[in-house]
Write a protein that binds this ligand. Sequence first.
Ligand code: GLU
Length: 505
Amino acid sequence: MSSKVRVRFAPSPTGPLHIGGVRTALYNYLFAKKHGGDFILRIEDTDQNRYVEGAEDYIIEALNWCGIPYDEGPGKEKGFGPYRQSERKQLYREYAEKLIDSGDAYYAFDTAEELDGHRKNHEEKGKTFIYNWHNREKLKNSLSLSPEEVQAKIDAGDAYVIRFKSPKDEILQLKDIIRGNMEIDTNILDDKVLFKSDGMPTYHLANIVDDHLMEITHVIRGEEWLPSLALHYMLYRALGWDAPKFAHLPLIMKPQGKGKLSKRDGDKMGFPVFPLEWKDPKSGDISAGYREDGYFPEAVVNMLAFLGWNPGTEEEFFNLEKLTKSFELERVHKGGAKFDPEKTKWFQQHYMQEANNEELANKFEEILKEKEVTSNKAFIIEVVSLIKERAVFVEDLWQQGYFFFIAPTSFEPKDAKKAWKEDTAALMTELSEFLSSVENFEAENLQENVKGWIKSKEIGFGKVMMPLRVALVGALQGPDLYKIAEFIGKEETLNRVNKAVETLK
Ligand code: GLU
């Protein structure tokens, strides 16, 4: 086995990638990059009944959007392909047969009805039916039937599955990087199906064969696979292969902390649980995605990295580069990680502030176009630098700065009421006259002049500044008022003051 770290993300294309799946991919990516290894994408599509059109493309697009592209996988062949299990179908049977030959697996002919009958019988007696050492000799399989009977059944085309023969009376020692050592009594295990009657391998067999053939060194996957670890250990042993190292990631819990975060929770609670928007190909239903909701991938990645891991310091802002340096599987938590949608916003706000003004301006320009506003890039960049501290999303820039581009179309009634008193119209008319006499409209100079004027009138600043803000902005919000006046210019400032006087008298 090569000593180079090779990890894989192995989703089943049964729908859009849940945010938990993205976290699994991210941890695999970080581990690979930290150790100079390869991050492989394998599509586990052996269950054709659950295959969903478009899911594979979605998975790939989601990884790319997050900035964690795979090194090897569909379309990026590096000698270990194909990377879709449906294209590797012919490969698995050989290993199932090997296990039969070595006595580690057997043919089982029990029909679905027969198994159901056994289950019901047991239930009536308050017991659970487990297909394993304590009853396998009494069931219909190649351990109970003679070789001739078995051959006759196979020749007659009787349906069968291949089951793993789990050993009796053995204590298995399992290791997990996150959970440490575990012991499992094999007597409680059932004889899992490895090969189905439809000629397809089950997840267990395909997964082990592929991880071995693809020379995977570390299997990093969700906690829901921990119960399968014993079987996987036994399969590696039976096939005479070294097992990779395992790390099972904690579950992601609902914001209230009770129960696993499900695909439906997002719609119910009003936050996305998918990286990208997803349109269900059958129902046409749309589920929200972080990308379309305006989140930056940096924020989503930072949030996900901390969902079950932390660096052991107080620091919380980690971009991919920093994550790659700091990430350690040993620091991943065992307990479930509570999903916190507010925290994602908090990260988003941070990365919004970090974002380059020119790039933000490019995105903001799209919104301005939709509003049919034209403006020049340099001006947009300056506006962005003034207002971005009040924005969480690019979308917010309009709400925080429309007044730099268009005159307010209405006045926020609550604010107007607060700012506009009986004598305000007269005062604003006077102010307008005064402002016409100011030549230099740069914020600093303007401030000096207006302050002087207010002082000379011996009135409070609020009496002037509040109505002036309502006139220029339409509400009591926005950045420095002198900056706004400078940006929109003298003529526009006077127009807006006069318009407010007319409208609000
Ligand atoms: N196909 C499995 C899944 O979608 C992969 C589990 C694993 O990584 O072994 O969860």
